[in-house]
Design a protein around this ligand. Structure first.
Ligand code: HEM
Length: 458
């Protein structure tokens, strides 16, 4: 039966303000690969804080929802309340499909048959494959024994490389240093040691992701995509034991699962995990109490870095403060009836994650670094914190990402003492900013030989 009350509709002015304050800055920063200048601009102008303020304003005014925007030629809803977020995510992929038109257009630039933009039986086959290879439901990946030594080696190599170039006892570490080491870790984890220095593969993907940032506004470079996917296919065929690709090959996936198209996301999303690592390092470098707790955990660890709950919580908290996927997008596959009204088929639904993560009316200490909140968190709690999304489409790489990032952080803080040398106000007394530009973060590092006690100042 139709609900005639109708979903609330934003005014034309509110819709324009939403586009200006929330949508445009998010799109400008680059949904598929970050644009450093846009990121720096967003940080300088406080655009992310402004976006959250805009959302809070809308949520206070519209108690019902989801809120329909007034846009030409497009049905678009914005989720303002937790019960609606839970409903959308729990009822994905049907009727809330993650394969929204703009996401399809964007991801088709480099992974046209990727699970997130697939539907029906194909989606099911691709998701099952991802779940199995990534061990989505296990906190420790079955290949931890191969992956964690790689993280350690690359971490040690990183510190040695940057340290060697320095005449003094301390040296500088910046984003370029970290991301190169992290990319080597990623290629080894995905394909094996022989892929360690395949910079060309990463370069091709970066170019395709750059095109994907423009979604349907940019023509697909089908030649480059074909070359890239052929190279991924070659690497899959020669995958080394102990790599994700080898696990996948041993499962003999059928054509429906489109194995080659599932791999670019591993490279891309694992790289994004490096961003979370760097931001978490910046938080630890400026929060002595949490650093001491992290160091104590590392010193007492008997799991060879498999289970570092506090460091994992630190990464989750950095993703709460600065989610790397700020917009979760859905599109309805049929008409959906809400208590407040009906939503048509093909309606876009947007969950703007930073609003849910930073709304100070609902999130205690919303602008502070409080990793402890993740230690006893129950995901079915009312107020949603969803850096990895939730429901049946939740990120299957969540546990793997947390295991690798926490292990890298463990190695870094064990081997070095880091202090932030770039100008970012991240200390415990400050309100943490809505944006943290990873490209401008810099650290001064001093080696830890012998290892300091956890109580020692950072
Ligand atoms: C900081 C690290 C990461 C974050 C914050 C993250 C977050 C997300 C989010 C928000 C989604 C979208 C889910 C939705 O639309 O509801 C997603 C999807 C996905 N992620 Fe991740 N991710 C991360 C790392 C990884 C890694 C390391 C992998 C694999 C190696 C991975 C594989 C995937 C896949 C395959 C999907 C598609 C799921 C589907 O369509 O069912 N992610 N991720």
């Amino acid at each position: 039966m139709r609900n005639n009350m109708g979903l609330p509709r934003a005014t034309a002015l509110e819709s324009a303000a939403f586009l200006l304050d929330v949508f445009l800055p998010t799109a400008a920063k680059g949904p598929l690969i970050r644009r450093p200048k846009a990121e720096a601009g967003a940080e300088r102008l406080g655009l992310d804080d402004r976006a959250v303020r805009r959302m809070v304003k809308l949520a206070r005014k519209y108690r019902r929802g989801p809120l329909m925007l007034r846009l030409p030629r497009r049905q678009q809803a914005v989720v303002l309340h937790p019960e609606h977020l839970h409903y959308v995510l729990a009822n994905s992929p049907e009727p809330f499909s993650p394969a929204s038109s703009e996401k399809r257009a964007a991801l088709a630039h480099f992974e046209p048959r990727f699970v997130l933009i697939s539907e029906g039986p194909e989606r099911s086959a691709r998701r099952a494959l991802q779940d199995q290879v990534l061990d989505a439901h296990s906190p420790v990946h079955r290949l931890a024994g191969s992956f964690l030594p790689i993280v350690r080696e690359e971490c040690e190599q990183l510190l040695q490389n940057v340290g060697n170039g320095s005449a003094s006892e301390s040296f500088e570490l910046d984003w370029d240093d970290l991301i190169e080491a992290w990319r080597r870790t990623v290629r080894r984890t995905v394909f094996g040691d022989k892929a360690r220095d395949d910079h060309e593969l990463t370069g091709m993907l970066a170019e395709l992701r750059g095109n994907a940032n423009w979604s349907f506004l940019k023509r697909q470079d089908t030649k480059l995509r074909a070359e890239f996917l052929a190279r991924v296919d070659d690497r899959l065929k020669t995958a080394e034991p102990g790599s994700l690709a080898f696990v996948m090959a041993s499962m003999h996936p059928g054509q429906d699962a489109a194995p080659v198209d599932q791999v670019p996301q591993w490279l891309f999303a694992l790289e994004t995990s490096g961003l979370a690592t760097f931001r978490t390092l910046a938080l630890l470098a400026t929060h002595p109490e949490q650093l001491a707790a992290a160091r104590a955990e590392v010193q007492q660890d008997e799991t060879e870095r498999r289970h570092l709950p506090f460091l994992r919580a630190c990464v989750l908290e950095s993703l709460r403060l600065w989610p790397t996927t700020p917009a979760i997008l859905r599109q309805t596959t049929r008409e959906v009836q809400w208590p407040d009204g009906d939503m048509g088929t093909g309606c876009g639904v947007l969950i703007y994650v930073p609003y849910f993560h930073r709304d100070e009316d609902h999130v205690p200490q919303a602008h502070s670094f409080v990793p402890e909140r993740w230690l006893d968190r129950n995901d079915s709690e009312d107020w949603p914190l969803v850096p990895f999304s939730a429901g049946p489409v939740f990120c299957p790489g969540r546990q793997l990402a947390l295991m690798l990032t926490s292990a890298m952080l463990a190695c870094l803080i064990e081997k070095g003492s880091f202090s932030l040398s770039s100008r970012h106000a991240l200390d415990p007394q400050s309100r943490l900013p809505g944006e943290l530009n990873n490209y401008s973060l810099r650290f001064t590092v001093a080696g830890n030989q012998p290892h300091p006690s956890p109580e020692q100042a950072f």
